[in-house]
Design a protein around this ligand. Structure first.
Ligand code: SF4
Ligand code: SF4
Length: 390
């Protein structure tokens, strides 16, 4: 797989050499630059560093940090006259470095643990067993194999259980498996280790086949979406392999389709804001439509911001959530706080577990009690729970 990363990296490096005008229109939209005003944390400076990685030139510790401060939000692409996929180019540079063991120390440690367990965080390998068994979650065969996000099966197990309850309430024929609890998105994107992530993904695909599940439900991690829907396919193509793309069903698409079919009379919340997230808003606009339909069905007055504007597409958490160094925590909190404070509504609905963590931690750090952050599916479960069973 290293071969695939290298060849994609090479193709993008040539594109950058030919096309990038150094116009720097990407600078004012970068969320990290906006909160730090540090020129090292601009997209174009990171592109220069990525080109140095490509040429095999040595990088200082500060250079490596500058690359790993990129959240992968893609706001720079929206500002670029050529729509250059800067996030991907920077990301591939990170992958090359990480596979050579040159990443921030906390990421190297997490990747070493992930190599053994095929789990993104490996807080406690028994954790998935606990929430599946103690949560009374269904394990026999179903049409959909639900893969929770690594955050849900470690820190926020109540969110994984809430998802299972939602499926039951909507009569979605699902199952979960102790053999398939990490799709590899966080490993491929946040840890920049697609080589390890492929093993986690293959394990889930094998398990779906064994259980006779037709689809794998991608839960609410933006990294899983990027990985399962796009990045893994590009890399697999590069080495002549194929991954069945029809296998994956994003959770919001599934839920919205069921809701549209059944048209339940929901008890609506008066007002809430909807955050788009970089993955859904920037990378998969079609998914944003599903998400918005779910939100509209349960909120009277929906506050929304155009995700194309400045860094509306970034919660600060993507790629930074798993970095344990102090600089990453500070950046995440500063970006998250700025972002969530820009909404007037007290409740902010988010589609992604990374946004959920970032905003929660930002609110906690600033001791702001006037706002609450909720995952869209959990809010829907609460709204449905207040109604009769469908
Ligand atoms: S992907 Fe986002 S964080 Fe990374 S360089 Fe572009 S705008 Fe900045
Ligand atoms: S906006 Fe595009 S062309 Fe301009 S410096 Fe950034 S990457 Fe290069």
């Amino acid at each position: 797989m290293f071969k695939a990363v290298k060849s994609l990296f090479e193709a993008l490096a040539f594109e950058y050499k030919d096309l990038c005008l150094q116009c720097r229109l990407c600078t004012p939209v970068c969320p990290v630059y906006l909160v730090t005003a540090n020129r090292r944390y601009t997209p174009w400076y990171r592109v220069e560093l990525a080109l140095r990685v490509f040429r095999g030139e040595p990088l200082s510790e500060d250079d490596i940090i500058a690359l790993f401060t990129c959240t992968g939000c893609g706001a720079c692409t929206l500002a670029c006259p050529f729509r250059m996929e800067t996030w991907l180019f920077i990301h591939l540079a990170k992958c090359v470095l990480a596979m050579r063991g040159k990443a921030p120390p906390s990421l190297i440690r997490t990747a070493q643990a992930a190599e053994k367990s095929l789990h993104s965080f490996t807080i406690d390998p028994r954790q998935p067993t606990r929430w599946i068994l103690e949560g009374g979650v269904r394990r026999e065969g179903g049409e959909y194999l639900y893969i929770p996000t690594p955050v849900e099966n470690t820190f926020y197990t109540e969110e994984a259980i809430a998802k299972a309850r939602l499926f039951e309430l909507l009569d979605i024929d699902y199952t979960v498996s102790l053999e398939a609890y990490d799709l590899g998105g966080n490993i491929a994107i946040d840890l920049a280790r697609p080589d390890i992530a492929f093993k986690a993904l293959e394990k889930c695909l094998r398990e779906a086949e064994k259980l006779g599940a037709k689809y794998i439900v991608i839960s609410e991690c933006g990294a899983d979406h990027k990985w399962a829907l796009t990045f893994s396919h590009i890399l697999a193509r590069e080495v002549g392999e194929s991954i069945p793309s029809k296998t994956f069903t994003p959770i919001h698409m599934l839920v919205q389709r069921v809701l549209a079919r059944r048209r339940p009379a929901l008890k609506k919340m008066l007002q809430a804001a909807l955050f788009s997230s970089c993955t859904i808003g920037r990378h998969y606009p079609t998914l944003y439509k599903y998400l918005k339909n779910i939100a509209v069905s349960m909120v009277e007055r929906l506050e929304e911001k155009p995700w194309k504007h400045r860094y509306n597409a970034c919660c600060g958490g993507s790629c930074l959530n798993v970095v344990r160094e102090r600089w990453a925590r500070d950046l995440r909190i500063r970006i998250g706080l700025e972002r969530i404070s820009s909404f007037n509504s007290q409740i902010v609905l988010v589609p992604c577990t990374k946004c959920y963590i970032s905003f929660r931690q930002a609110l906690l750090a600033a001791r702001k009690r006037d706002k609450k952050v909720k995952l869209v599916t959990t809010a829907l479960l609460e709204t449905l729970g207040a109604n009769e069973r469908l």
